[in-house]
Design a protein around this ligand. Structure first.
Ligand SMILES: [Zn+2]
Length: 346
């Protein structure tokens, strides 16, 4: 039988030139595997002449050693090259430092809402969170907005698909305003009380520079004996002066909301033209900054409060719009865009 030692040497050379660990392993097996060249040659020593064995056996031992050495060496070289490659890609440890420095901060609207909450907590108002998904009853009916009431046209409501619900808690919707908190507060508390509610509201709106389908509202509800429009005027001035400076002029004008009577639009003198008239205030010199009113007797009654004994104020506004005015932001869509370049300015 022929033992081709040259072929074995050739494969050992190939091991020395291999570029990957997989290549090295395959070549190694080709020689040292059970049916590899060296193993086969070693087995065939039993069928050749003693002289041949004397000549070939030491060569085979040598080739076995050469295979082991070449494999070890090449594997090491390949690994070193991989480490070098990693070095070339340069692990920049200062990146971690940079990441650490990029701390997030509160969204400008959240910052503003915290300020307002602090402002009103000084007057004894406590915060209350009403559910975002609520019943039609709490969002509309008990607020003096029954089904078919024309005022429902004011809100484009997102109703919940209840076809898969096993229990029906009533017609469900995404609240269109924070005023649902009025109902929850009146059902849960006995007057007198001063409560405030801040949170998300939802309407089926087409997005444009002034309209969002998801937006925040802030709302106060103050119920006690003898609460009147004077308190409403005071709260309006207290708030607008704190936000826009003590020289801002404030006025109330009649405005319709179904859950208050009388209702009031709260105007502040235009902060851009100081009353002279400009594009922002449509040349009127005034900006409507909040909506308010004396809580409608029907709403008090629906909340289990006797309107002959108690009266109350509901007062609220949209924090997003106020933040836009405060910082001169022209497009409401920027606020929820997640655009870091925009957010980093505040
Ligand atoms: Zn103006």
């Amino acid at each position: 039988m022929d033992i081709d030692l040259n072929q074995i040497e050739e494969i050992i050379n190939q091991i020395g030139q291999a570029q990957t660990l997989e290549e090295v392993d395959a070549l190694y097996l080709k020689l040292m595997g059970k049916s590899g060249y060296i193993a086969t040659a070693t087995r065939s020593l039993s069928v050749i002449s003693k002289d041949q064995v004397k000549e070939i056996a030491p060569k085979l031992t040598q080739l076995r050693q050469l295979t082991e050495t070449a494999t070890k060496k090449t594997r090491l070289e390949i690994k070193e090259k991989e480490y070098e490659k990693l070095d070339l890609e340069q692990l920049d440890l200062t990146t971690f430092e940079k990441i650490k420095q990029r701390k997030g901060h509160l969204h400008p609207v959240t910052q503003f809402e915290i300020e307002i909450a602090e402002l009103f907590s000084k007057l004894g108002f406590q915060q209350f969170d009403a559910p975002h998904i609520d019943t039609d009853e709490n969002n509309f009916e008990l607020l003096n907005i029954p089904d078919n009431h024309p005022a429902r046209d004011l809100w484009d409501t997102l109703y919940i698909d209840q076809s898969k619900l096993k229990v029906s808690p009533g017609k469900l919707l995404l609240r269109t305003h924070t005023s649902n908190s009025q109902v929850h507060i009146m059902k849960g508390l006995k007057p007198p009380f001063r409560m405030m509610s801040i949170g998300r509201c939802f309407r089926y709106e087409n997005l444009d520079a002034r309209h969002e389908h998801t937006f925040d509202q802030f709302e106060l509800i103050y119920i006690d004996k003898g609460v009147n429009m004077g308190n409403l005027q005071y709260l309006s001035e207290y708030f607008l002066k704190a936000v826009f400076g003590s020289d801002i002029k404030v006025r109330l004008k009649p405005k319709y909301y179904p859950f208050v009577e009388p209702g009031a639009g709260v105007d502040g003198q235009c902060i851009f033209c100081h009353g002279a008239g400009c594009k922002v205030c449509s040349n009127s010199g005034w900006l409507e900054l909040a909506g308010a009113g004396m809580i409608h007797p029907n709403v008090l009654r629906n909340g289990g409060i006797d309107p002959k004994k108690y009266s109350g104020i509901a007062w609220g506004f949209g924090p997003e719009r106020m933040v836009m005015l405060k910082y001169g932001i022209e497009d409401i869509r920027l606020l929820k865009s997640g655009n870091l370049k925009f957010l980093e300015r505040y």
